[in-house]
Design a protein around this ligand. Structure first.
Ligand SMILES: [Zn+2]
Ligand SMILES: [Zn+2]
Length: 384
């Protein structure tokens, strides 16, 4: 498909196919549903196809291939990774290299899908940019030289075709619609939500250097992948749910396979490490709360200081124009302070680095306003 095309254009076409066709098919399926033109059989095909392809992504691509959360025989690895390929989320080498880069630069400039570049960029906008698909030779050279993975990867188009053929054989055209295209819509959007939702909404259980969060809805829909802050805190752990109430279907399957001897070397978070991380989180949280309240006090004092500077200046004999200029300097300084106050008082996570910037800014806002007022008074021959 990409031969002769510019790589950027080829990527835009690939992204459009994965984004638009399943979306249109899902809209069509909803219209048909409205007209009662849907069979229980099609919904069963959808659920079964979603189950196997999602496991291919969460267990095969993510926990096994990218993070080596466990080991298993080659034949089983081939099955898991092939199921991942059938999800229509890219080939194993592509998926793993993008994901390794995500962990290496989470929520930094180089992160392929950070919400710092916008929620929709993190969700699916990133798919349209070739630069977000790093060279597997650089990020996952060990997988490039792995014969099993290379073999699955080079037949990717075949596995993707089979992912459409199976629902067609099982349910005809409506089977293809629901079990093929609606299924792709569902699986891809749930995976993309891990990148968008779980780096924007939800709770942080651990202090990590990124914006990752735990979100129970994505935890449920994404077979455990929504416990994403846990995952960023302990990337190699085969289990993303770390409590009984953090439902992690993928983790349950891995535990079951471990009992039967099918998989081994299953990576877990040691209880003492977990306790240590929790204690660290508590002390970091306490120091962040303290910083927030110090900044809030500084903003309050700065406000009073600004009030004092400007009311003292306005008493002077000034023209209406100069008075208006002074009041606009005052107004914009207060606006900046109020934005800082909002940012500090919001309930979501604010990084320490950002708080430090805010603390400096409060000081700078007052200094700048003071200098502007003094300059204006001086130009009128008045002492500041
Ligand atoms: Zn992440
Ligand atoms: Zn990961």
């Amino acid at each position: 498909m990409s031969r002769g095309l510019h790589p950027d254009t080829a990527q835009k076409i690939r992204a459009s196919i994965i984004v638009i066709i399943p979306l249109v098919a899902t809209l069509l399926a909803i219209v048909l549903l409205w007209g009662s033109y849907v069979f229980t059989r099609d919904i069963v095909i959808l659920i079964v196809m979603n189950f196997f392809t999602s496991i291919g992504v969460t267990v095969g691509y993510h926990r096994l291939l990218t993070h080596e959360g466990f080991h298993c025989p080659d034949w089983f690895r081939a099955i898991l990774v092939t199921l991942g390929c059938m999800a229509w989320e890219g080939t194993p080498l592509q998926w793993a290299s993008t994901h390794v880069k995500h962990h290496a630069h989470s929520d930094e400039e180089e992160d392929p899908h950070t919400p710092l570049h916008g929620f929709w960029h993190a969700h699916m906008g990133w798919l349209y940019q070739r630069k977000n698909f790093p060279d597997p030779q650089v990020y996952v050279p060990h997988l490039v030289s792995d014969p099993v993975i290379r073999w699955v990867d080079q037949w990717a188009l075949l596995w993707m075709a089979i992912a459409l053929l199976i629902p067609y054989l099982a349910g005809g055209w409506t089977g293809l619609l629901w079990g093929g295209f609606v299924r792709i819509f569902l699986t891809t959007h749930v995976t993309w939500s891990v990148n968008s939702v779980c780096h924007t909404f939800g709770k942080r259980a651990f202090e990590t250097t990124d914006e990752s969060r735990n979100h129970w809805v994505i935890g449920l829909l994404g077979f455990g992948e929504g416990w994403h802050n846990n995952h960023h805190a302990f990337p190699r752990s085969a289990f993303h749910g770390l409590h009984w109430w953090q439902f992690d279907l993928s983790g349950l399957l891995i535990r079951l396979w471990e009992r039967t001897g099918l998989v081994w070397d299953v990576q877990r978070v040691a209880p003492e490490i977990l306790a240590l991380q929790r204690a660290q989180l508590r002390s970091t949280r306490e120091s962040l709360v303290m910083m927030r309240s110090q900044i809030a006090t500084a903003v309050m004092n700065a406000d009073v200081e600004l009030q004092r500077i400007f009311s003292a200046s306005v008493d002077r004999t000034l023209s209406d124009g100069d008075r208006a200029r002074l009041s606009s300097v005052h107004h914009s300084a207060r606006q900046r302070l109020s934005a800082i106050r909002d940012s500090v008082s919001q309930r979501t996570h604010v990084k320490k680095a950002k708080l430090l910037v805010h603390a400096r800014e409060v000081h700078d806002v007052v200094l700048h306003a003071k200098q502007q007022a003094a300059a204006l008074l001086r130009s009128k021959g008045l002492a500041a």
